[in-house]
Design a binder for this molecule. Structure first.
Ligand code: SF4
Length: 472
């Protein structure tokens, strides 16, 4: 379990008779990016239909539902809410009818000016159906002033600030959009049938045997239609500045995916090697704290020469721990999810490798379990720097005051976590493991240097005026 939660995953395909099934499979591959709700909108080239609900992909799309959604084009979405609560009305894609017909939108990211834009519309009498930041994009699209522009979508995008990858479905095309900073990943693939698809991560292409074509570039709109694909830019070169979210590489993306042009597994192995160089420790065994740290632990083990072992088994049936509202509940779920392999760790000096530490409370719980199982020394090595700042771009870190590293030095954090020694990978070390030069990444949660200025704090529930009933 991780205290920082996933955000959203996008998948869409144009021009394949099995578009709905491919979208279902694509969303299934992207389930790690969001487990609160899933949805799909399909086009028969004349009209759009939508189906979305709270739940996992396999819970939402029963076989009968998928048969109903049969169509040559579809976009889909899996969601963890980074703005707006977990509720059916906030499930995406959102579908509207406006003066030009129908359009649906699916969004990954977080708009930092959503509240401002929404209040402007509400001041003029607009009614919003959801508490998600995404809905304001549809209001912008439907505004007569924007529709009068030669390229309304491109014009609307210049009003958005923050992180956004979008899939928009019109009756005759899909528009795949990436913000000018490229904070979130979005790629184009081609199916064996020749149809084109778009996905948040390449792992979704692999599952449906689509070949990788290219990334949607920062500030670009790629159109998928019966004419194939074509791209155009809505942001000039001067307005475009790469700020790829390094946390995608550290934790969120699937290790099999290539994100920002680099395989996630290989990045994490490289961080583990680098960590072993920067922070060696005498130990009998290197163990990952499951599961995201496995790649980094492999790298640490390779470089240090200490054998890689296993300290825990994972109970895959323990439920979705991320929705647990209190620390006591989260601790209980961690205990339910992880079983220590006593015989593996008893009497051993351990290097425990974590990919990142957010609140620290769950890490402390795992360390305590290893101690009770008889580990004689525990040296915690973290394959990323301390997280000291909030994310405004789509990662739901807890309140900044809950971050274990917010006001603590490494020694104090080690005391809190009750480890014999603690070391984090340096920011420079992490960036040297990444494919692009250091300036191409957002590292704000580590460094406090935000690529986009945020005038006022953004919170998950900033658009909520009243309490929607929460779904489990
Ligand atoms: S602040 Fe951190 S998590 Fe948020 S976009 Fe930047 S690197 Fe990613």
């Amino acid at each position: 379990m991780k205290d920082a939660r996933e955000f959203c995953g996008l998948f869409g395909v144009w021009g394949d008779p099995d578009a709905a099934m491919h979208t279902y499979q694509g969303l299934y591959a992207l389930q790690h990016r969001g487990q609160e709700s899933a949805g799909m909108c399909v086009s028969d080239r004349r009209t759009l239909r939508r189906y979305a609900a709270t739940g996992l992909v396999t819970e939402v799309f029963k076989p009968g539902v998928l048969a109903e959604l049969s169509a040559p084009a579809a976009i889909g979405h899996v969601r963890y809410s980074t703005t707006g609560s977990c509720h059916d009305v906030n499930a995406q894609p959102l579908l509207i009818q406006y003066s030009r017909g129908q359009v649906a939108v699916a969004h990954n990211g977080n708009l930092v000016n959503a509240a401002l834009l929404r209040h402007e519309y509400e001041d003029h009498g607009a009614i919003f159906q959801t508490t998600s930041d995404t809905e304001v994009i549809l209001h912008l699209l439907a505004h007569p002033r924007h529709l009068a522009r030669p390229d309304p979508l491109a014009h609307v995008l210049t009003h958005l600030q923050g992180a956004y990858c979008l899939l928009l479905l019109y009756p005759d095309r899909i528009e795949a959009v990436r913000d000018p900073f490229g904070l979130r990943p979005l790629v184009i693939g081609r199916l064996p049938s020749g149809a084109y698809c778009a996905a948040s991560e390449t792992c979704a292409l692999d599952l449906i045997e689509a070949e990788f074509v290219r990334e949607v570039q920062p500030g670009e709109i790629v159109t998928l239609s019966d004419a194939g694909i074509s791209g155009r830019y809505f942001a000039s070169l001067e307005q475009t500045r790469r700020a790829y979210c390094i946390f995608e590489q550290v934790y969120f993306a699937d290790p099999s995916s290539n994100v920002f042009g680099q395989n996630v597994h290989l990045f994490r192995v490289a961080t583990g090697r680098r960590l072993a160089d920067e922070a060696p420790a005498d130990a009998d065994l290197v163990i990952p704290v499951p599961n995201a740290a496995r790649c980094a632990a492999l790298g640490y083990s390779e470089r240090s020469g200490h054998p890689l072992g296993r300290g825990f088994t994972t109970n895959h049936y323990a439920g979705r721990s991320f929705i647990m509202p209190t620390q006591a509940n989260r601790d209980l779920v961690v205990r339910m999810k992880l079983n220590v392999i006593r015989e593996s760790v008893r009497g051993k000096r351990l290097v425990v490798v974590e990919d990142s530490v957010v609140r620290g409370t769950t890490t402390r719980g795992k360390i305590g379990a290893l101690r009770r199982a008889g580990a004689t020394e525990i040296h915690l090595r973290v394959a990323s720097p301390p997280i000291r700042h909030p994310c405004y771009f789509g990662i739901d870190f807890p309140d900044p005051n809950e971050l274990v590293a917010k006001d603590r030095g490494v020694k104090e954090i080690a005391e809190f976590l009750e480890v014999d020694s603690l070391a984090y990978l340096s920011l420079e070390g992490m960036l040297e493991c990444a494919k692009h030069a250091g300036g191409s990444y957002c590292t704000a949660c580590f460094s406090g240097e935000y690529p986009i200025s945020v005038d006022r704090p953004v919170s998950k529930f900033m658009l909520e005026r009243y309490q929607l009933p929460m779904f489990p």
